[in-house]
Design a protein. Structure first.
Length: 176
């Protein structure tokens, strides 16, 4: 019993130090330049499993405000609608295509679980990124890109990814 009484204070001190070690890891997601609480909340939900298309005709539709886990194909088996905006540099990389319908124009965010390349294609042309932010060490999300999108049907092209799956979500930017 006496040994247990000595152990309790020791365990309390150990738990305090253990908690201190967790805080910096949790803070890894605090490095974004925008308020990303909405995207973080979506990344905390269960992802919908979706096979990304290897060609435009096979690209499934995704919806706004949902987290998707995309299963990708070997990049050399994917036919892009237009050449990716960045030349792929990973040998053995993965890629895929999904469709997205935008009902109202405005600013939209695409949040990604890891650092990989994504292009938005509208009318056969790449849509330029308006801005981006990221947080090294954070994967929920890791990187968020901002696009000014017109209403209509879009194609998202994921490329140069080292793994056969990734997570992403598309949201309307606050105030847009």
């Amino acid at each position: 019993m006496r040994a247990l009484r000595r152990l309790v204070p020791l365990l309390t001190v150990v738990s305090l130090f253990a908690g201190a070690n967790v805080a910096p890891a949790a803070g890894a997601c605090d490095g974004f330049k925008w308020d990303v609480r909405h995207e973080r909340a979506l990344f905390a939900t269960r992802a919908r499993d979706q096979k990304a298309g290897a060609a435009v005709s096979l690209a499934p539709a995704i919806l706004l405000e949902r987290l998707y886990r995309l299963r990708l194909s070997p990049q050399d088996q994917v036919t892009f609608a237009v050449s990716p905006g960045k030349k792929p540099h990973r040998h053995g990389a993965y890629a895929g295509l999904v469709r997205l319908h935008i009902a109202a124009g405005g600013l939209y965010r695409i949040a990604l679980s890891e650092h990989f390349w994504i292009d938005v294609v509208a009318g056969g042309k790449l849509v330029p990124t308006a801005d981006f932010t990221g947080a090294p060490g954070c994967s929920s999300p890791h990187k968020i890109l901002l696009y000014r999108l017109a209403p209509g049907d879009l194609l998202l092209q994921v490329s140069d990814w080292p793994s056969p799956q990734t997570e992403l979500t598309v949201t309307r930017a606050p105030g847009s």
